[in-house]
Design a protein around this ligand. Structure first.
Ligand SMILES: [Zn+2]
Length: 195
């Protein structure tokens, strides 16, 4: 009795386990086992490869993400440093400006003090000058009054002298008019000195 080979489909005897033409195992299970194992191997390989690829992709993505994060972190740190530097500069400028304002204020105060002192000094000088002027004025007034008084006295003395000269009988011990004048001028001098 004959049957068809499971592999090459040629006629072979029923009792034969392996085809004499193509060498295929005539057991159905045995024949397909190879293919199944092969298929299984391929599937497993595919799964492993897929898993590996996915893993690699994930690792790559993770790495890229980490690198990106690191870059962003570095950029942020640089930005922070720049801002800190700018802040320091601003603080320096602020301090310089404050110092300038303080110095300016101090100078102004010093100038004001100087101006105040000068004003006080000038005021004092003005007062002194006014006092001097008043003294001079008083003295001038006094001198003028004294002068007028002396003029009156001189007039009186002159009249007295004229009266004496007009006497009908000359007096032997008649005083010379010149000494009288000298006395008057002496009086004037002593009055001026006494002042
Ligand atoms: Zn065969």
């Amino acid at each position: 009795m004959a049957k068809q080979c499971i592999g090459c489909k040629r006629e072979i005897s029923t009792g034969i386990l392996i085809c004499p033409f193509c060498g295929a195992n005539q057991s159905f299970f045995q024949y397909y086992l190879k293919s199944f194992v092969l298929f299984l191997l391929i599937v497993i390989s595919a799964i492993i490869a897929g898993y590996y690829l996915v893993n690699q992709s994930v690792a790559q993505a993770k790495l890229e993400l980490e690198q990106s994060h690191e870059r962003q972190l570095n950029q942020a740190e640089e930005k922070i440093q720049r801002l800190e530097t700018a802040l320091l500069d601003s603080q320096k400028q602020l301090r310089a400006a404050q110092l300038e304002i303080q110095t300016s204020l101090e100078n102004q105060t010093a100038n004001a003090d100087q101006a105040g002192a000068l004003e006080a000094e000038l005021n004092q000088k003005l007062k002194n000058a006014q006092a001097d002027a008043k003294r001079q004025q008083d003295r001038a007034g006094w001198l003028s009054r004294e002068n007028a008084k002396l003029k009156t006295e001189i007039e009186t003395l002159k009249q007295q002298l004229a009266g004496l000269q007009n006497l009908p009988t000359p007096v032997p011990a008649q005083p010379d008019p010149i000494p009288v004048n000298e006395q008057v001028s002496e009086n004037i001098d002593s009055s001026v000195r006494n002042e």
